[in-house]
Design a protein around this ligand. Sequence first.
Ligand code: NAP
Length: 281
Amino acid sequence: MELRRFGPTGHMVPVIGQGSWHLEDDDPALAIAALRLGLDLGMTHIDTAELYGSGSVEELVGEAIAGCRDEVFLVSKVLPENASRAGTLAACEKSLARLGTDRLDSYLLHWPGDHPLEDTIAAFEQLRQEGKILSWGLSNFDAPNLDLALRIAGPGRIACNQVLYHLRERAIEHAVIPWCERHGVVVTAYSPFGSGHFPGPRSKGGRVLEEIAAAHDATARQVALRFLARKPSTFAIPKASRPDHAGENAGAGDLRLTRAELARIDKTFPLGARPRELPVI
Ligand code: NAP
């Protein structure tokens, strides 16, 4: 499993990690087995949130990582509605309790909300100074919102921006990835399989992925994950509730695609037009 420096945290983190959205709907024993197998195979970056299953997914993740917490790069998120200064501190305590740990490796604001970002960031900095989080980051932030966060926090503080990124949704390549690369902020790709809408093997794009996969004795999903994690700034966090899926996803961590293969994927799943960004007022 390839490891890379996770922005300003200095931690070496696997390029392929594990998501946990909707795990509450899956068989809990199987889901825990999938997460544990993923950990054994090097997918030690686990992403969760207080939102998922209203806290029940954090409890499930806590069960999966019991006994091996130190090997995990553990990320959770505060809901925007809870992200006042006091609310963020309280939400973090609850997440820590559900996860059965004394610290998070990164704590993210799930998406921009109505509480002043100054207050959320002040709470993040307090939690960092108290050792309850080792770093903090953002999620679903576009470039103008990232500018605002940088103005408030100053350089070297924002660890990551977790954003939607899959083969059919590459909009972040226009402005968000360049912004993050300029400022040393990691880009974590969520829903890397399009939340279950992965190109089928008989579709035009699916056939291209299958052909590239065959040349590496790999799978189409492994090729897709590796394409998303091709830049030094990008990491991917597929969710799998089945151990065989987790095993397949971990296999992307050592796959290497040629320039020609990356160019072919790029052409098959084109970037698309630049989305309009609204200025932050
Ligand atoms: P995803 O990872 O794109 O897709 C998950 C789906 O793909 C599940 O149905 C899963 O099935 C299936 N799958 C996974 N590996 C597979 C494999 N090797 N073969 C066949 N099917 C496979 O979707 P996601 O859950 O939306 O995104 C990943 C994670 O990103 C989330 O879990 C969450 O942690 C994070 N996320 C964050 C935000 C945010 O706002 N920050 C938003 C969305 C997601 P099984 O479950 O049956 O294995």
